[in-house]
Design a protein around this ligand. Sequence first.
Ligand SMILES: [Zn+2]
Length: 417
Amino acid sequence: MCANPVTMALVLLLMAKWLMEEILDKINSQHILRHRAQIPSGFEQFIDLPTYQKSVDYTLTKAAFSSLCDTLNLGFSVIIIFFGLLPWLFGIFTSIFGPQIVGQAAVLLCVKVTLSLVFLPFSWWRQFRLEESFGFNRSTQAIFWTDKIKEIVLTFALCLPIVSAIIYLFQTFPDTWWILGWAALAIFQMLMVVIYPPLILPIFNKLTPLPDGELKDRLIALAQAVDFPVNKIYTMDSSKRSTHSNAFFIGLGKFRHIVLYDTLIQQMSAEEIAAVVAHEIGHHKYKHIRTVLIIESIFTLLGFRILHYLSGTEWFLSSFGFAAWHMNSPVPLILVFLIAIPGITFWIEPFFKYLSRRHEYAADRFAAAALGGGESLISGLRKLHRENLSNLTPHPIFAAFYYSHPTLLDREMALKK
Ligand SMILES: [Zn+2]
């Protein structure tokens, strides 16, 4: 048993997060339920009562499920911490892969994957029970399981080099490794942005060039009108997994592509899709993604600095049951950090959500300006909300805490201004 002030403090931190999650879920569910009998005013034309009530039920079912997952996650973390599961797994995998740099990187990834397997049944249940019962699931057992295997193989293929690099820096530059490691991670993330479209996306989805026609012409005209060169426009076969819909950009500079979910094309008119794409262009024009990445990287640097401080102490890791010889490797520290970090980031997340909602408003304004009015964006957003059964009446505190996008009502009000 590893029950001491350090592990107790960590458990308290994780319990505070869990308690807040439960409170937020509760007030939100009650709020939504109170509004279930009637369609929110102004939305009567685009959604009928059965569909609206289905969206309420979908939200409530998801909330109950995530509350269950949060509780199990807390229980599992407490078991990991108090019963010294990390040193035990670390010992097992180190005896297999050895204490060398690449071996230790493999140990880190193996422990991480092993712990994540616990949540695999929940991921399965979400897809084939929850999503299925609301008509969103299109995935098959074969797709689901090959996805999981691909994800694990990719985790090793992509993370082994970067984790090895960080371990090497830790052992070679004991005083400055945290800055060098942070820089290595930042470079790795930039590299991922570049290699994701050509190398990783095709492993999961098939991209097909958008056929000539009204939609393609409209999107090319839009891109030219707002001076935003795109290389190619693709449709993605997302309908093989789910009927949820979306659109996004991949790549950088002149290698930039627009990717439309095939489900989006089925659900929307060309003008509405143009509005959704214009909104995405707005994000790029205002450099929203870069802004968020820069702010996040400041927090990452802070995280590395804390790791550096803790790596100089013995009390911290021994509190979690690690032996002195374990501390030659940074892996034990990273493992503890990965368990602890959600207890801290949870409280920072609302700031990022707030920033994200500001960005959404700005991108909406950009789209409205580009299209000479907000009408097609509004009708596009309404369809997105209806088809995805998005919740129309979240509790304001819940939305402030979790929502990366303003509610439909708020976006419409802002667009009509
Ligand atoms: Zn957006």
